[in-house]
Design a protein around this ligand. Structure first.
Ligand SMILES: Cc1ncc(COP(=O)(O)O)c(C=O)c1O
Length: 350
């Protein structure tokens, strides 16, 4: 710690879900990755891009990807910034769009990286509790002049969605910068992208890690008015998205059938898990994402988490108020979910 600055000494690092090496028969339902492989078209395109052009730098703003996304969403490619995963975009937001004495607000519980990023950048933050049904309390975000508000829609770890019309009404009153994190939006279907045309204080973020099965590729997007995008471009690394990542992400956007197939499969598996896990005595928070937030009526979440781990089944347990009563379980393949249900049945019998 000798050379660490004060900010670094004081901050708590982000603890990602466990990523064990391949093999070993582990069932991984802890980081909301997609259990199905990326489409063959995407894999073929990445292989094709593995050629002599790798000696050249990539396009510095991922222009091909921006053009495809712009066309699909009826916006201009200058309204899009491409990042090395949406996590990079959050880092840039904290560095670029908030003063040192600014205050950020986000819901609790929500994606814990937001808290880490605020600490890493020495920025004060306020956690605003979700209501008892895990709905976002948008009025509470208006109670003070927060400089930045992050809304995760649908929210991680609860899976609850916030109504897009409520977000629009919020923007009518809110004067700071609003980030809508849409990492799971393809499972939900309601986006705030349209509001970018109307409001200069919204940034919508997207990820290729969930519905496109490309967590390993690291691609995310920010969609906002041009002035904001120029801010991102000013501070980004010179070549933040590599050639293979851009090629894969372009192919993913073009493969509409592949995306639909994936989402339908996930929906089917989610319904299966909901039904089976409820039958085992779990309460399930209605989820708009690719995971379930569940609580057993009389066995503690941490006990179940540990016992599942012994059976090589990883789910996510978060320490802290409210969320320590729950487990977050990513929707896996049918085989993984059946193994999970069998594992849970035998734990609960014991
Ligand atoms: C709400 C939310 N936003 C963003 C991310 C990170 O996305 P990416 O892989 O694009 O950095 C995650 C990952 O779990 C997430 O849950």
């Amino acid at each position: 710690m000798k050379y660490w600055n004060t900010k670094l000494k004081e901050m708590t690092e982000y603890i990602p879900g466990e990523q064990p090496g391949g093999g070993g028969g582990i069932i991984k339902l802890n980081t909301n990755e997609n259990p199905f492989p990326a489409s063959q078209r995407v894999l073929d395109r990445i292989k094709e891009a593995c050629n002599q052009s790798l000696r050249l730098y990539p396009n510095s703003t991922s222009l091909s990807l921006r053009k495809i996304f712009a066309k699909d969403n009826n916006i201009d490619s200058d309204n899009i910034f491409v990042g090395n995963g949406s996590d990079e975009i959050f880092t840039l937001i904290f560095r670029a769009f908030i003063e040192n004495n600014g205050v950020v607000a986000f819901s609790y519980p929500s994606y814990s990286l937001y808290y880490t990023m605020a600490e890493a950048n020495g920025i004060k933050y306020k956690k605003i509790n979700l209501d008892k049904d895990f709905n976002v309390d948008l009025d509470a975000f208006l109670s003070k002049n927060y400089d930045l508000v992050i809304l995760c829609n649908p929210n991680n770890p609860t899976g609850k969605g916030c109504d897009v019309d409520d977000i629009r009404r919020f923007l009518d009153k809110y004067k700071g910068l609003l980030i809508v994190d849409e990492a799971y939006v393809d499972f939900y279907g309601e986006t705030s992208i349209e509001m970018v045309k109307e409001f200069d204080n919204i940034i919508v973020t997207r990820s290729f890690s969930k519905s496109y099965s490309l967590a390993g590729l690291r691609v995310g997007l920010a969609i906002a008015q041009k002035d904001i995008i120029r801010g991102f471009l000013k501070i980004k690394d010179s070549y933040n998205v590599d050639r293979l990542a851009e090629a894969g992400a372009c192919a993913a956007l073009l493969d509409k059938k592949g995306l639909k197939y994936n989402i339908d499969m996930m929906k089917n598996n989610k319904e299966f898990l909901e039904e089976k896990i409820e039958a085992l005595g779990f309460q399930v928070v209605p989820s708009k994402a690719n995971f379930l937030f569940v609580k057993h009526s009389h066995v503690q979440a941490v006990e179940i988490y540990k016992k599942l781990r012994e059976k090589k089944i990883l789910v996510r347990y978060f320490d802290g108020p409210i969320q320590s009563e729950y487990l977050r379980i990513s929707i896996g393949s049918m085989m993984e979910l059946k193994t999970l249900i069998n594992g849970l049945s035998s734990i609960l019998k014991d």
